[in-house]
Design a protein around this ligand. Sequence first.
Ligand code: ATP
Length: 219
Amino acid sequence: LKVENINVYYGAIHALKGISVGVKQVEIVTLIGANGAGKSTLLQTINLLQGYQGDLRLFGVRPDKVTATDLRRRCSMVFQEALLLDGSVAENVAWPLRFRRVADAEIKSRVQQALIDFGCEHLSDRSAKHLSGGEAQRVCIARALATEPELLLLDEPFAALDIAIRSSLLEEIRSVAKRRGITVVLVSHSFSDVLDFAERAVVLIAGRIRQDNRPEVLL
Ligand code: ATP
């Protein structure tokens, strides 16, 4: 991923101001910054959900209308709030695979593996709308990984969870990402959360990158 001199405006609000940053394949990076710094805007720009000015290359390709959907399908994004639909946990994990027209047998095995990887196989037949916060976010991570993304974008998915659950989920994501060679960009408010998780921390302040270094150096 490479973004160069990216600017994003929401009307009169200049949310990203000349951002340039690159992320290498298999790297684990966090975006850190205060409320309103532009972290979510940058993540959504990377996921091609947000209009921008400047140069962006995802998987080495400059997106246009033709390539955007294909590029986006090589990414998975998990949001702060668990976005689950009616139906069972297994059905929720399966739906992005159905969009991608994956064969039924393959869907079944990928859903099962993703639920096992994130310790939610016991929830498979439960209604996705009636899970605890931690269970629901586990299912969202399992769903994101079932699509076998090359780039995983995490927008503070654990902000509402307690610290013990947060650090164990981050550890599980790190280990799956390293095992499968997935590049990860995680948005976080908390240095302590990401100290053991990320190889690099990019600090955003008021729409600009102010630091970009190993997390322990930034402390
Ligand atoms: P938080 O940690 O609070 O989630 P953030 O770092 O993710 O914040 P963004 O959500 O990217 O910040 O917002 C960056 C700036 O752009 C803020 O000033 C915000 O108010 C503004 N903004 C974000 N989305 C919109 C929108 N849809 N319309 C107008 N302004 C927006």
